[in-house]
Write a protein that binds this ligand. Structure first.
Ligand code: MG
Length: 172
């Protein structure tokens, strides 16, 4: 599946490593954020280490943030409230681009001025690329513990794509 639509433009170990200087470098003014394994541990309501502080920093810097998650309303709402993220889209149906476009509308910003940050190539990066947002990949916090069969399929081919991403980054 060496398809550029799955390919991130940038990669970070954690969302917390993304700085306002990085946003400038990427040419974006706001962030769309996946939740599971990006902001919180998969299928929990527990933020990853440092995420709360990172959101505070982004909020203080005036960086517009919106969650775009395929999860259902209660989890998305609780996560947004707890982390202090004002805007959110739930049941986003990524890899479809619609949720990202709706989030851009909520933020009042053009989609190409936003980055979509997430831990899955086939949902987060694909939707970012087809919507016209900058695709920013973060390494997942941990392997999924439930829905293992689903994720095995969802993540098939990721290793090869990320290896290709690293080759390109290194100009090979
Ligand atoms: Mg995720």
């Amino acid at each position: 599946m060496l398809d550029d639509r799955y390919m991130p433009k940038y990669r970070f170990a954690s969302v917390c490593d993304i700085t306002t200087a990085d946003l400038e470098k990427m040419g974006v003014s706001g962030l769309l954020l996946d939740i599971d394994n990006t902001l919180i541990y998969d299928e929990t309501l527990t933020p990853l280490p440092g995420v709360k502080e990172w959101v505070n920093k982004m909020n203080s810097a005036g960086i517009p943030l919106a969650i775009v998650s395929n999860a259902i309303l209660p989890r998305v709402f609780i996560t947004a409230k707890r982390l202090g993220i004002r805007h959110y889209i739930y049941s986003a149906k990524k890899p479809k681009p619609d949720g990202l476009l709706r989030a851009a509308d909520k933020l009042g910003l053009p989609i190409n001025s936003l980055a979509m940050v997430g831990d899955q190539l086939k949902t987060d990066m694909f939707s970012a690329n087809i919507a016209g947002a900058v695709a920013v990949f973060t390494d997942r916090a941990q392997d999924e513990k439930i829905f293992k069969f689903y994720f095995k399929k969802a993540r098939a081919g990721e290793k090869e794509l990320l290896a290709e991403f690293e080759r390109r980054k290194n100009g090979e």
